[in-house]
Write a protein that binds this ligand. Structure first.
Ligand code: ADP
Length: 637
């Protein structure tokens, strides 16, 4: 028999397939099953108007047969089948997509929906098969045809026999190699899991002979005989089993699905043994129609804050899984969300790159982002305890989201942030902070540091507290970047109370402070000269409450950030300028001032001591703890 050659473009694609452009060879099965399902769709559609079809809806099925000796895997369907010409056209030419043609022909009718245009689906079988035989009989014809190809060399086609309409795709698997064990595609367990993974929601049953075992009934022990305590015997038998569940949970109306069903689905699908914290089941109609079933996990997976964690949603087109982890559906700041999206509007192609620029996908992604935001917001407003649980797991991600890309995603994140309120003693949102601001308070005050309790004792916090103003205690690395990114929230600017002017002084108070600084200029110069390069500046402050001195960072920076940089990238870390603030009303400061004339050496020791104290309170490490100890001992003598 003469070999026919593939058309040029098909040949090229075939070469690509044989050398595998798919990273996951296993998807060939999904493609072949999806073709079978399409073919059944077509015959089922024909059956609506043609009673000669003679197959009832529940007889349609896809059958998988394995032959271990022959190394063949067969996928059969009782769908529409192909004529000789169609086989040549469809399997010999790639540019022509049968489904597409059919869809156009049936365009008028909404009822039928043919699974996406998998332009190169069939050929993917050559990733695992050295030779493929297709036996097909078109509905309405008596003859069947057999198409055989071993890929590269073209194909043959001859008359054959088949009972009833439909198609068998018989794949002879390639020989196993070191890297690839093709024979695993004959393994019952492997096939079962591939079908669950990729084709679970195909609308027709996918049946396969599976091996089962049952206990063998033993004859009753005869009377007088001791009934021995024997282990029961088992025998194995085979049974045709349906491997797919057919109706995806997200296609069912929300009211028909129980919480338990959602939870089971979530656990099985996403391998989390905790319950999801929130279930979002939504559907959209319009420019693009889709269904989404999303879950907010109750706990962060152990690898969540590492590079190993992969964000993304599972993407389906009419029940066929297209992509296991579609990153483009989920923004980075909501990467904790798990779920499934199904849309029949996606014109899908195997190329990931093409999917990335897909307009429909962009619309779906935007829609999903909005949905997640509004669900979280409603949880924050109405189910506070639950939200805090969520926030404990994923709050940090929202903070990163706020500051990432120079604040490009702040609209999605900023309203969802919580910080610890010194005044209220609990986590509050920025909105709650602003709404609780008393008359006269103009700024959102915060202090960065490692420990809430120590921050609460900062003199500035006490000063603010005295006026009835609240301070947010920022204890996470990323917190401090938030005011810098947001600049304002609800038109209020942020103020780092530990380093910036609190803005509390009236004009008169400011003037008085300036006069005081002028008056004590000699003391300030004395201290600066004594301390040398250890400090950048020495100045007075009237925000220090009971503390004699305080170390504050140079404008725009903070000690926390200095420490953070040192941890993240020591090479680029640089010290933040240290400014020593003195409380002129404090006895210790006054004592030093007195000693400046009576005992200069002692006054110098006092100045040093004040600096050390300020360093300790600011949680800054002492460069020379020995010098500090020596100093204290000298003063004690
Ligand atoms: P696509 O599915 O995107 O059309 P394929 O290469 O997977 O691309 O298949 C090409 C064509 O071959 C299909 O459109 C269909 O007309 C035909 N075909 C493939 N498998 C079957 C089948 N099991 N039954 C009937 N026709 C089939």
């Amino acid at each position: 028999m003469e070999k026919q050659q593939f058309k040029a473009e098909s040949k090229r694609l075939l070469d690509l397939m044989i050398n595998s452009i798919y990273t996951h060879r296993e998807i060939f099965l999904r493609e072949i099953i999806s073709n079978a399902s399409d073919a059944i769709d077509k015959l089922a559609y024909t059956a609506l108007t043609d009673d000669k079809v003679g197959i009832s809806r529940d007889e349609f099925a896809i059958t998988i047969t394995r032959d271990k000796e022959g190394r063949t895997l067969t996928v059969s369907d009782n769908g529409i089948g192909m004529t000789k010409e169609e086989m040549e056209e469809n399997l010999g030419t790639i540019a022509k997509s049968g489904s597409l043609g059919f869809k156009q022909a049936m365009e008028k009718n909404e009822d039928i929906d043919i699974i996406g245009q998998f332009g190169v689906g069939f050929y993917s079988a050559f990733m695992v098969a050295s030779s493929i035989t297709v036996i097909s009989r078109k509905y309405g014809q008596d003859t069947a045809w057999k198409w055989v190809s071993d890929g590269a060399d073209g194909y043959t086609i001859e008359e054959a026999h088949r009972d009833g309409p439909g198609t068998d795709v018989i794949m002879t698997l390639k020989a196993d190699t070191e890297e690839e064990k093709y024979s695993e595609y004959l393994d019952e367990y492997e096939l079962r899991s591939l079908i669950r993974k990729y084709s679970d929601y195909i609308r027709y049953p996918i049946k396969m002979e599976v091996t089962k075992s049952r206990p063998v009934e033993e004859p009753e022990a005869a009377e007088g005989e001791e009934a021995e305590d024997k282990a029961p015997k088992y025998e194995s038998y085979t049974e045709l089993e349906t491997l797919n569940s057919m109706v995806p949970i997200w296609q069912r109306p929300r009211k028909d699905v129980t919480d338990e069903e959602y939870e089971t689905f979530y656990r099985e699908k996403f391998f989390d043994y905790n319950k999801p914290l929130r279930i979002i089941h939504s559907s959209a109609e319009g420019a693009v129609s889709f269904k989404a079933l999303l879950f907010i996990p109750g706990k962060a997976p152990y690898d969540f804050y590492t590079k190993d964690y992969k964000r993304g949603l599972q993407l389906y087109s009419s029940g066929v899984m297209i992509m296991e982890n579609c990153e483009d559906l989920l923004p980075e700041h909501f990467r904790f969300v798990r779920g499934v999206v199904d849309s029949q509007d996606l014109s899908l192609n195997i190329s990931r790159e093409m999917l990335q620029h897909n307009r429909q996908l962009t619309i779906i992604a935007r829609n999903i982002e909005k949905k997640i935001k509004s669900e979280l917001k409603s949880m924050l407003e109405n189910e506070r305890e639950k939200y805090e649980e969520f926030y404990a797991a994923f709050g940090r991600q929202l903070k990163y989201g706020t500051v990432s890309d120079y604040g490009a995603h702040k609209d999605s994140c900023q309203d969802l942030l919580l910080f610890y309120s010194h005044k209220q003693g609990k986590l509050i949102s920025l909105k709650e902070y602003v709404e609780a601001m008393p008359e006269g308070q103009e700024k959102i005050y915060y202090v960065p540091g490692e420990n809430k309790d120590r921050l609460a004792k900062l003199p500035q916090v006490e000063t603010l507290s005295g006026k009835g103003y609240d301070t947010l205690l920022f204890t996470e690395d990323v917190d401090e970047f938030i005011p810098q990114t947001l600049m304002t929230y609800m038109e209020k600017s942020f103020c780092n109370a530990s380093s910036e002017d609190l803005g509390l002084q009236t004009e008169e108070e400011k003037k008085a402070a300036e006069e005081k600084a002028e008056e004590l200029k000699g003391m300030l110069t004395f201290v600066k000269e004594t301390l040398g390069d250890s400090v950048k500046e020495v100045r007075l402050s009237d925000n220090l409450g009971k503390a004699p001195a305080c170390m504050v960072p140079d404008a725009g920076m903070s000690f926390e950030m200095e420490k953070y940089m040192k941890r993240m990238n020591p090479e680029f870390a640089y010290p933040v300028g240290r400014i020593l603030e003195l409380n002129p009303e404090h006895d210790a400061v006054k004592a030093m001032q007195r000693l400046m004339t009576e005992d200069v050496l002692k006054a110098k020791d006092y100045a040093q001591l004040l600096m050390y104290q300020a360093m300790l309170m600011a949680e800054l490490p002492l460069d020379d703890p020995y010098a500090y100890t020596e100093l204290v001992c000298r003063l004690m003598n």
